[in-house]
Design a protein around this ligand. Structure first.
Ligand code: GRF
Length: 199
């Protein structure tokens, strides 16, 4: 069984979707630890309610790499194979990336490389695109930037608000993240430049 570590800063619905997939046997993995930089993240309580270990590592006052060293130490202590960012609102340092090469995933609520950064849903609405979606990608040192593992498209409707669009996106995010984790854990892929090719 592969060991997953989840990093989150907020609500934790993507974490819950992953935890549901693990519980249902859709992912050949165990959830080893959930870590948050935000002590008030709702995701922490959701993790504890499932009997999972949930750690708070506050980032206040720490340099990026000093913080990442604390997080990496906890992940390594538990021999985590794959790190899944699920609404984790921090960039990772080169140190972190090098400790987990091609072993960190993130989910973003837009079709990257469109609309990186905060509020991908709102950016898509304001830009007026007719199709947006979500992306699971490997994490590198740049914001929402690493090789793309999986994407799903979502139509933008004329009567969409940020909330209605975000809700339809979220449903796809929850499905897509499990699919992408499954592929990555299977090892049936290789990197060709930026391209993740199934093997
Ligand atoms: C999601 O929209 C995800 O795509 C983005 O942050 C949000 C996290 O939501 N990276 P949740 O905490 O998983 O509910």
């Amino acid at each position: 069984m592969k060991r997953l570590g989840i990093l989150l800063s907020g609500r934790g619905s993507n974490f819950e979707a992953i935890a549901d997939s693990v519980a249902a046997g859709r992912l050949p993995a165990v959830l080893s630890v959930v870590i948050s930089n935000n002590p008030n993240a709702a995701g922490l309580e959701k993790a504890r309610a499932r009997g999972l270990e949930a750690l708070v590592i506050p980032s206040r006052g720490l340099e990026r790499e000093a913080y990442d060293r604390l997080v990496v130490a906890e992940l390594e202590k538990r021999q985590v194979d794959l790190v899944c960012l699920a609404g984790f609102m921090r960039l990772l340092s080169a140190y972190f990336i090098q400790r987990f090469p091609s072993r960190i995933l993130n989910i973003h609520p837009a079709l990257l490389p469109s609309f990186p950064g905060l509020e991908g849903q709102r950016q898509a609405l304001e830009h007026g695109v007719k199709i947006t979606g979500c992306t699971v990608h490997f994490v590198d040192e740049f914001l929402d930037h690493g090789p793309i593992v999986a994407q799903a498209a979502v139509e933008v409707r004329d009567n969409d608000t940020e909330q209605t669009l975000a809700a339809r996106l979220l449903a796809q995010e929850h499905r897509l993240y499990t699919e992408a984790i499954h592929l990555v854990l299977s090892g049936r892929w290789r990197l060709e430049g930026r391209r993740v090719i199934r093997t």
